[in-house]
Design a protein around this ligand. Structure first.
Ligand code: SF4
Length: 277
Protein backbone atom coordinates (compact mmCIF):
# COMPACT_ATOMS: atom_id res chain seq x y z
CA UNK A 1 0.00 0.00 0.00
CA UNK A 2 1.20 3.50 -0.82
CA UNK A 3 0.29 6.61 1.14
CA UNK A 4 -0.35 9.88 -0.69
CA UNK A 5 -0.54 13.00 1.44
CA UNK A 6 -3.33 15.47 0.76
CA UNK A 7 -0.76 18.30 0.38
CA UNK A 8 0.63 16.56 -2.73
CA UNK A 9 -2.87 16.42 -4.20
CA UNK A 10 -3.49 20.10 -3.50
CA UNK A 11 -0.23 21.10 -5.26
CA UNK A 12 -0.83 18.81 -8.24
CA UNK A 13 -4.37 20.07 -8.80
CA UNK A 14 -3.33 23.72 -8.34
CA UNK A 15 -0.50 23.43 -10.89
CA UNK A 16 -2.62 21.49 -13.38
CA UNK A 17 -5.44 24.09 -13.18
CA UNK A 18 -3.01 26.89 -14.05
CA UNK A 19 -1.27 24.91 -16.79
CA UNK A 20 -4.54 23.78 -18.35
CA UNK A 21 -5.97 27.31 -18.51
CA UNK A 22 -2.78 28.85 -19.94
CA UNK A 23 -1.22 26.20 -22.19
CA UNK A 24 -3.22 24.51 -24.94
CA UNK A 25 -2.05 20.91 -25.49
CA UNK A 26 0.29 20.42 -28.49
CA UNK A 27 -2.16 18.17 -30.33
CA UNK A 28 -4.77 20.97 -30.22
CA UNK A 29 -2.41 23.64 -31.57
CA UNK A 30 -1.25 21.17 -34.26
CA UNK A 31 -4.87 20.60 -35.33
CA UNK A 32 -5.50 24.36 -35.41
CA UNK A 33 -2.37 24.85 -37.56
CA UNK A 34 -3.48 22.12 -39.94
CA UNK A 35 -6.93 23.73 -40.20
CA UNK A 36 -5.37 27.17 -40.81
CA UNK A 37 -3.28 25.79 -43.67
CA UNK A 38 -6.44 24.55 -45.39
CA UNK A 39 -8.40 27.78 -45.01
CA UNK A 40 -8.39 31.16 -46.79
CA UNK A 41 -9.88 34.58 -46.04
CA UNK A 42 -11.72 35.20 -42.74
CA UNK A 43 -11.44 31.57 -41.65
CA UNK A 44 -7.67 31.62 -42.01
CA UNK A 45 -7.41 34.97 -40.21
CA UNK A 46 -9.47 33.68 -37.28
CA UNK A 47 -7.34 30.56 -36.94
CA UNK A 48 -4.17 32.70 -37.10
CA UNK A 49 -5.55 34.79 -34.22
CA UNK A 50 -6.43 31.71 -32.17
CA UNK A 51 -2.91 30.37 -32.64
CA UNK A 52 -1.29 33.71 -31.81
CA UNK A 53 -3.49 33.96 -28.71
CA UNK A 54 -2.51 30.42 -27.63
CA UNK A 55 1.19 31.20 -28.07
CA UNK A 56 0.96 34.47 -26.12
CA UNK A 57 -0.99 32.92 -23.25
CA UNK A 58 1.49 30.04 -22.92
CA UNK A 59 4.45 32.43 -22.91
CA UNK A 60 2.94 34.85 -20.40
CA UNK A 61 1.17 32.13 -18.40
CA UNK A 62 -2.13 33.95 -18.74
CA UNK A 63 -5.43 32.20 -19.52
CA UNK A 64 -6.08 31.61 -23.22
CA UNK A 65 -9.77 32.50 -22.69
CA UNK A 66 -11.51 34.74 -20.18
CA UNK A 67 -13.88 31.85 -19.46
CA UNK A 68 -11.59 29.63 -17.40
CA UNK A 69 -14.42 27.19 -16.97
CA UNK A 70 -15.70 24.85 -14.34
CA UNK A 71 -12.92 22.53 -13.16
CA UNK A 72 -13.73 19.00 -14.28
CA UNK A 73 -11.33 16.62 -12.52
CA UNK A 74 -10.79 13.03 -13.61
CA UNK A 75 -9.07 10.95 -10.93
CA UNK A 76 -7.82 7.44 -11.66
CA UNK A 77 -6.99 6.05 -8.24
CA UNK A 78 -4.79 2.99 -7.89
CA UNK A 79 -6.47 0.53 -5.56
CA UNK A 80 -3.19 0.15 -3.59
CA UNK A 81 -3.28 3.85 -2.67
CA UNK A 82 -4.29 5.20 0.72
CA UNK A 83 -4.93 8.91 1.15
CA UNK A 84 -3.74 10.74 4.25
CA UNK A 85 -6.44 13.38 4.68
CA UNK A 86 -9.70 14.08 2.85
CA UNK A 87 -9.28 13.39 -0.88
CA UNK A 88 -12.32 15.40 -2.04
CA UNK A 89 -11.35 18.36 0.13
CA UNK A 90 -7.79 18.26 -1.22
CA UNK A 91 -9.02 18.38 -4.83
CA UNK A 92 -11.23 21.38 -4.06
CA UNK A 93 -8.43 23.10 -2.15
CA UNK A 94 -6.20 22.61 -5.20
CA UNK A 95 -8.82 24.11 -7.52
CA UNK A 96 -9.28 27.07 -5.17
CA UNK A 97 -5.52 27.67 -4.97
CA UNK A 98 -5.04 27.32 -8.72
CA UNK A 99 -7.80 29.76 -9.58
CA UNK A 100 -6.58 32.30 -7.02
CA UNK A 101 -2.85 32.04 -7.67
CA UNK A 102 -3.26 31.81 -11.45
CA UNK A 103 -5.61 34.83 -11.56
CA UNK A 104 -8.21 32.64 -13.27
CA UNK A 105 -11.81 33.83 -13.40
CA UNK A 106 -14.06 32.33 -10.75
CA UNK A 107 -17.12 31.30 -12.74
CA UNK A 108 -18.94 28.94 -10.39
CA UNK A 109 -22.21 30.05 -8.79
CA UNK A 110 -24.94 28.47 -6.73
CA UNK A 111 -27.40 27.02 -9.27
CA UNK A 112 -30.49 28.96 -8.21
CA UNK A 113 -29.36 31.98 -6.17
CA UNK A 114 -26.54 32.60 -8.70
CA UNK A 115 -24.26 33.63 -5.85
CA UNK A 116 -20.60 33.11 -6.74
CA UNK A 117 -18.90 30.44 -4.62
CA UNK A 118 -15.81 32.69 -4.65
CA UNK A 119 -13.09 30.20 -5.54
CA UNK A 120 -14.40 28.23 -8.54
CA UNK A 121 -15.29 25.22 -6.38
CA UNK A 122 -16.76 22.70 -6.21
CA UNK A 123 -14.83 20.73 -8.78
CA UNK A 124 -16.77 18.22 -10.84
CA UNK A 125 -14.96 15.09 -9.76
CA UNK A 126 -15.05 11.78 -11.67
CA UNK A 127 -13.32 8.93 -9.84
CA UNK A 128 -12.25 5.59 -11.27
CA UNK A 129 -10.56 2.82 -9.30
CA UNK A 130 -7.73 1.26 -11.30
CA UNK A 131 -5.04 -1.34 -10.57
CA UNK A 132 -1.72 -0.10 -9.15
CA UNK A 133 -0.38 2.30 -6.56
CA UNK A 134 -0.45 5.67 -8.28
CA UNK A 135 -2.91 8.50 -8.75
CA UNK A 136 -3.52 10.09 -12.16
CA UNK A 137 -5.27 13.46 -12.11
CA UNK A 138 -6.50 15.23 -15.22
CA UNK A 139 -7.98 18.70 -14.97
CA UNK A 140 -10.19 19.82 -17.85
CA UNK A 141 -11.56 23.35 -17.35
CA UNK A 142 -14.89 23.43 -19.21
CA UNK A 143 -16.25 26.67 -20.62
CA UNK A 144 -20.00 26.92 -20.80
CA UNK A 145 -20.30 28.46 -24.25
CA UNK A 146 -19.76 24.95 -25.57
CA UNK A 147 -21.14 23.04 -22.55
CA UNK A 148 -24.50 24.81 -22.98
CA UNK A 149 -24.76 23.51 -26.54
CA UNK A 150 -24.34 19.84 -25.55
CA UNK A 151 -27.22 17.36 -25.63
CA UNK A 152 -28.38 13.92 -24.56
CA UNK A 153 -30.69 11.91 -26.84
CA UNK A 154 -32.54 8.81 -25.75
CA UNK A 155 -32.93 7.19 -29.18
CA UNK A 156 -34.87 4.03 -29.91
CA UNK A 157 -32.82 0.98 -30.92
CA UNK A 158 -34.42 1.13 -34.40
CA UNK A 159 -32.81 4.51 -35.03
CA UNK A 160 -29.43 2.75 -35.05
CA UNK A 161 -26.24 4.20 -36.53
CA UNK A 162 -28.10 6.61 -38.79
CA UNK A 163 -29.92 8.05 -35.78
CA UNK A 164 -26.66 8.44 -33.87
CA UNK A 165 -25.02 10.28 -36.76
CA UNK A 166 -28.03 12.56 -37.22
CA UNK A 167 -28.02 13.40 -33.48
CA UNK A 168 -24.31 14.27 -33.54
CA UNK A 169 -24.56 16.44 -36.65
CA UNK A 170 -27.76 18.14 -35.45
CA UNK A 171 -26.13 19.06 -32.12
CA UNK A 172 -23.03 20.51 -33.78
CA UNK A 173 -25.01 22.49 -36.34
CA UNK A 174 -27.44 23.86 -33.73
CA UNK A 175 -24.45 24.88 -31.60
CA UNK A 176 -23.12 26.97 -34.49
CA UNK A 177 -20.96 29.89 -33.41
CA UNK A 178 -22.15 29.63 -29.76
CA UNK A 179 -19.74 26.77 -29.10
CA UNK A 180 -16.72 28.86 -30.23
CA UNK A 181 -15.70 26.56 -33.10
CA UNK A 182 -13.63 24.83 -34.25
CA UNK A 183 -13.40 22.36 -31.41
CA UNK A 184 -14.02 18.73 -30.61
CA UNK A 185 -17.33 16.88 -30.59
CA UNK A 186 -17.29 14.17 -27.91
CA UNK A 187 -19.86 11.41 -28.33
CA UNK A 188 -20.86 8.70 -25.86
CA UNK A 189 -23.10 5.93 -27.19
CA UNK A 190 -24.89 3.42 -24.96
CA UNK A 191 -24.98 2.81 -21.22
CA UNK A 192 -27.57 4.84 -19.33
CA UNK A 193 -28.32 8.55 -19.63
CA UNK A 194 -25.56 9.65 -17.23
CA UNK A 195 -23.05 7.03 -18.39
CA UNK A 196 -23.39 8.22 -22.00
CA UNK A 197 -22.77 11.82 -20.88
CA UNK A 198 -19.63 10.91 -18.95
CA UNK A 199 -18.38 8.75 -21.83
CA UNK A 200 -18.87 11.72 -24.17
CA UNK A 201 -16.92 14.03 -21.86
CA UNK A 202 -14.04 11.57 -21.59
CA UNK A 203 -13.73 11.63 -25.41
CA UNK A 204 -12.69 15.30 -25.21
CA UNK A 205 -9.43 14.13 -23.59
CA UNK A 206 -8.50 11.83 -26.47
CA UNK A 207 -5.50 12.94 -28.55
CA UNK A 208 -6.64 14.85 -31.62
CA UNK A 209 -5.98 13.22 -34.95
CA UNK A 210 -6.20 9.67 -33.60
CA UNK A 211 -9.39 7.93 -34.76
CA UNK A 212 -11.23 5.38 -32.64
CA UNK A 213 -9.56 1.97 -32.49
CA UNK A 214 -12.94 0.45 -33.43
CA UNK A 215 -13.21 0.53 -37.25
CA UNK A 216 -16.99 1.00 -37.14
CA UNK A 217 -16.67 4.03 -34.85
CA UNK A 218 -13.71 5.44 -36.79
CA UNK A 219 -15.87 5.36 -39.91
CA UNK A 220 -18.75 7.08 -38.09
CA UNK A 221 -16.37 9.73 -36.70
CA UNK A 222 -15.12 10.52 -40.20
CA UNK A 223 -18.64 10.72 -41.64
CA UNK A 224 -19.90 12.98 -38.83
CA UNK A 225 -16.87 15.27 -39.16
CA UNK A 226 -17.35 15.58 -42.91
CA UNK A 227 -21.04 16.43 -42.52
CA UNK A 228 -20.33 19.00 -39.78
CA UNK A 229 -17.58 20.64 -41.82
CA UNK A 230 -19.80 20.85 -44.90
CA UNK A 231 -22.03 23.24 -42.93
CA UNK A 232 -19.76 26.23 -43.67
CA UNK A 233 -20.24 27.54 -40.11
CA UNK A 234 -16.45 27.79 -39.90
CA UNK A 235 -14.04 29.18 -37.29
CA UNK A 236 -15.96 31.30 -34.77
CA UNK A 237 -18.98 31.10 -37.08
CA UNK A 238 -17.46 33.34 -39.76
CA UNK A 239 -17.77 30.60 -42.43
CA UNK A 240 -15.13 28.18 -43.65
CA UNK A 241 -14.24 24.54 -43.97
CA UNK A 242 -13.41 23.97 -40.29
CA UNK A 243 -16.40 23.87 -37.93
CA UNK A 244 -14.95 20.95 -35.94
CA UNK A 245 -11.38 19.72 -35.58
CA UNK A 246 -12.47 16.20 -34.69
CA UNK A 247 -15.38 13.98 -33.70
CA UNK A 248 -14.46 11.44 -31.02
CA UNK A 249 -16.88 8.57 -30.37
CA UNK A 250 -16.96 5.73 -27.87
CA UNK A 251 -19.58 3.11 -27.12
CA UNK A 252 -20.57 0.84 -24.25
CA UNK A 253 -23.28 -1.82 -23.88
CA UNK A 254 -26.79 -0.59 -23.19
CA UNK A 255 -30.30 -1.90 -22.45
CA UNK A 256 -32.26 -3.83 -25.13
CA UNK A 257 -34.91 -1.10 -25.13
CA UNK A 258 -32.69 1.95 -25.59
CA UNK A 259 -29.90 3.76 -27.41
CA UNK A 260 -28.63 6.72 -25.37
CA UNK A 261 -26.41 9.17 -27.21
CA UNK A 262 -24.66 12.09 -25.50
CA UNK A 263 -22.95 14.81 -27.51
CA UNK A 264 -20.55 17.00 -25.52
CA UNK A 265 -19.46 20.07 -27.45
CA UNK A 266 -15.96 21.42 -26.81
CA UNK A 267 -14.73 24.80 -28.05
CA UNK A 268 -11.31 25.52 -29.56
CA UNK A 269 -9.99 26.05 -26.01
CA UNK A 270 -9.73 22.28 -25.61
CA UNK A 271 -7.86 22.44 -22.33
CA UNK A 272 -6.57 19.74 -20.08
CA UNK A 273 -3.48 18.98 -18.03
CA UNK A 274 -2.48 15.89 -16.06
CA UNK A 275 -0.34 15.04 -13.06
CA UNK A 276 0.71 11.59 -11.83
CA UNK A 277 1.50 10.98 -8.17
S1 SF4 B 1 -16.82 28.33 -25.10
FE1 SF4 B 1 -14.58 28.09 -24.89
S2 SF4 B 1 -13.62 29.65 -26.21
FE2 SF4 B 1 -15.81 30.17 -25.94
S3 SF4 B 1 -15.81 31.62 -24.23
FE3 SF4 B 1 -16.18 29.59 -23.34
S4 SF4 B 1 -14.14 28.75 -22.83
FE4 SF4 B 1 -13.82 30.52 -24.15
Amino acid sequence: MRIIQSEAIVSAVRDACIEACCCLPADVTCALEKARDQETGHARAVLEQLLENAALSATAMRPCCQDTGMAVVFADIGQEVHFKGDFNAAVNEGVSAGYHEGYLRKSVVSALSRENTGDNTPAILHIRLVPGDSLELTIAPKGFGSENMSRVYMLTPAQGKAGVLDAVVETALCAGACACPPGVVGVGIGGTMEAAALLAKRQLLRPLGRPSAEPELAEMEAEALERINQSNIGPMGLSGKTTALAVHMAQMPTHIAGLPVAVNMQCHACRHASRRL
